[in-house]
Design a protein around this ligand. Structure first.
Ligand code: FES
Ligand code: FES
Length: 155
């Protein structure tokens, strides 16, 4: 039995402790916005936040988590898709096929929490998600626009 806090709500799930968080999100909880791709921590499609940090959920056994840790998925990033990263993504049409994008958005949101105005080099070094459609240039522009939206929201 795992007790977790997902998108602000407590959940109890009857699974083996070694089950990756990604499986619990998708299979037990139906939160299919978080995507499975490589399954070995390389691509970032499965990125969620744990206590505000971007984490690859395919590599996190549920037994390693406590109820006190806050897991946020793409479904919980904002109530209505209005997070600045989501708004920037929509404005610039960042996704192509879209498969990798929930993970990219979660990684971008965590990056901006840590660094409100990252340079291209900082984006490249911190955001290592793989996009087979090659949206990297638009992802960078999207992060810069999201940074502007966050800054405008503060002023
Ligand atoms: S599916 Fe988790 S990093 Fe690729
Ligand atoms: S938008 Fe298609 S894999 Fe990234």
């Amino acid at each position: 039995m795992a007790k977790l806090t997902i998108n602000g709500a407590p959940v109890e799930i009857d699974v083996e402790g070694t089950t990756p968080l990604l499986w619990v999100l998708r299979e037990q909880l139906g939160l299919t916005g978080t995507k499975y791709a490589c399954g070995i921590g390389l691509c970032g499609s499965c990125t969620v936040h744990i206590d505000g940090q971007a984490v690859r959920s395919c590599m996190v056994p549920v037994a390693s988590l406590t109820e006190a840790q806050k897991v946020v998925t793409i479904e919980g990033l904002s109530p209505d898709g209005s997070h600045p990263v989501q708004r920037a993504w929509a404005e610039l049409d960042v996704p192509q096929c879209g498969y990798c994008q929930p993970g990219v958005i979660m990684a971008a949101a965590a990056l901006l929490n840590d660094n409100p105005s990252p340079s291209d080099a900082e984006i490249d070094s911190k955001l290592t998600n793989i996009c087979r459609c090659g949206t990297f240039n638009r992802v960078r522009r999207g992060i810069h626009l999201a940074a502007e939206l966050i800054e405008r929201g503060r002023t």
